[in-house]
Design a protein around this ligand. Sequence first.
Ligand code: PGA
Length: 254
Amino acid sequence: MKKSVRRAVIAGNWKMNKTPAEATALINEMKPLVAGADCDVVLCVPFIDIPAAVQAAKESNIAIGAENVHFKASGAYTGEISAEMLVEAGVQYVVIGHSERRQYFGETDQTVNLRTLAALNAGLKAIVCVGETLEQRELGYTETLLKYQTKMALTNVTAEQLKNVIIAYEPVWAIGTGVTATADQADEGNGFVRAAIAEAYGTDVAETVTVQYGGSMNAKNAEELLAKEHVDGGLIGGASLKAADFATIVAAAK
Ligand code: PGA
């Protein structure tokens, strides 16, 4: 199977930006600009913005995602949000294991796996992030690390459930830095992810999985990145906060 039959997914990751009122305004601005998209369009927003975002995106081709999910169904986990809560609020996607959560909030490969399972069991689509730091890259560990993180995240995920998994390769050194991986580096990293999926599930299954690139993807470099064989979409931080830039990236994905 070739890239052309994998569905491209462009997802914005707003991080800790936009109030609910600002979310409504930005989505209303984006809606007409992305209406003709030839890819799936997702906006992952702060928890508090979800009701406003779901409302604003109604009857459009924009799906709303969350930026994290807890792995337990309910209980004494102050400050956390369950998969069931997200589903009831109209959320369809959730980002899991973003490097900022790994770096600042104690996220581990084990908790990434548990969150992924919880999301999938609730019927959410999981956007699972993997990526190496600059130090790991310079030491030559990129392939080993990407394969390890991918396989750890997918532990006990069935081939059937994998249909609802997107992996986002996000080199940590490229996130929010303005330093984008070259198109070849992105393709290579995404290829390592796909190879890990092939090792775990077989080549035929691996060829069907959407693998995004993320890390300073913007209106200028998106087309070149998205043209690569293994780059099936993007997870977009900074550029997803500007309607015109995000729409340009969406238009570059086919
Ligand atoms: P960036 O963020 O596009 O601002 O680099 C990407 C991400 O963290 O998902």
